[in-house]
Design a protein around this ligand. Structure first.
Ligand code: SF4
Length: 290
């Protein structure tokens, strides 16, 4: 009896550990790799070609903050030239209108823009930077571009009461997809888990809100396109072989990842105010030197 293992469909390209933000739940390893240890443009370009030959369809650029790479436009172009659907997972910093246009021109198919909350004060506190205003600017710029957009809200004890506002923010943007992703408890999130885990009551309430928002937005879904991204899109995308990301504003879907912990856990009993949370050791003021 023989068995086969299918080829992977996506390549997670962790381009760098550098990032201008200081999120308290960052999944970066506690021991960060330095810039000098990052793979070069040439090596990544070869990786993209080889991945495509193995049948990979999609490249997810992540980090750290992939925009910290000065060669990010070249990397997008290289992945696209290899025939991959290119997804940029980003905080939106550092980005300006010119760089965004260059990324789209190079072949960027999809952006996943992460938010630390719907309210500026909370979001800035969680990220350790004044980043929320920049993310709202990026949302405005994205309306001018034909690129799929997912808004990713990282949720936890400190912002679970903002779900309705998060959905409204996504609804008013050109987002094609909303993702409520609970903190994944490793890296810095594991170190801060006692202050990030929701209470059982919060968890139950949040699931009710998400269900309600899901139903509210369902009426806007005229079609769900998962899989083939056919020639009905535009010339820019017509050569693609397929991917699992949506294409249009009308294709709004939800992804909810629940974090469940045994009810017997003593940590879920009460909602406690977070005292001091250890921050990452990066200096947010050195953005231009990244
Ligand atoms: S945006 Fe936040 S979670 Fe993402 S890499 Fe930067 S510090 Fe980590």
């Amino acid at each position: 009896m023989t068995s086969t293992i299918s080829n992977p469909l996506a390549l997670i390209a962790e381009l760098t550990h550098r990032c201008p933000l200081h999120c308290v739940y960052c999944s970066n390893p506690l021991e960060l790799q330095s810039r000098s240890n990052e793979l070069s443009t040439e090596i990544w370009s070869r990786v993209f070609r080889e991945a495509a030959e193995f049948g990979v369809l999609q490249a997810d650029f992540t980090g750290g903050e992939p925009l910290a790479r000065p060669d990010i436009v070249d990397l997008v172009r290289a992945a696209r030239a290899a025939g991959l659907y290119v997804n940029l997972i980003t905080s939106g910093l550092p980005l300006d209108e010119t760089k965004l246009a260059a990324l789209v021109e190079a072949g960027l198919d999809h952006i996943q823009l992460s938010f630390q909350g719907a309210r500026e004060d909370t979001a800035n506190e969680i990220s350790g930077t004044k980043s929320h205003g920049q993310k709202l600017r990026v949302l405005a710029w994205l309306k001018q571009h034909r690129v799929a957009l997912t808004l990713n809200f990282v949720i936890h004890r400190r912002n679970l009461d903002q779900l309705t506002e998060m959905a409204a923010l996504a609804d008013s943007s050109s987002a094609t997809r909303i993702e409520f992703a609970h903190v994944q408890y490793y890296g810095w999130a594991f170190a801060n888990r006692e202050n990030l885990l929701p209470t059982r009551e919060q968890l139950d309430q949040s699931m009710a809100v998400i269900k309600r928002e899901q139903q509210r937005l369902e009426g806007q879904v005229s079609q769900a396109v998962h899989g083939w991204l056919g020639p009905q899109t535009d010339a820019h995308h017509s050569q693609r072989r397929g991917a699992s990301l949506p294409r249009s504003k009308s294709d709004t879907s939800f992804v909810v990842r629940k974090c469940l912990r045994p009810q017997s856990s003593p940590d879920l009993g009460t909602l406690r105010r977070v005292p001091e949370i250890p921050r990452r050791g990066l200096d947010a003021g050195t953005l231009q030197n990244l």
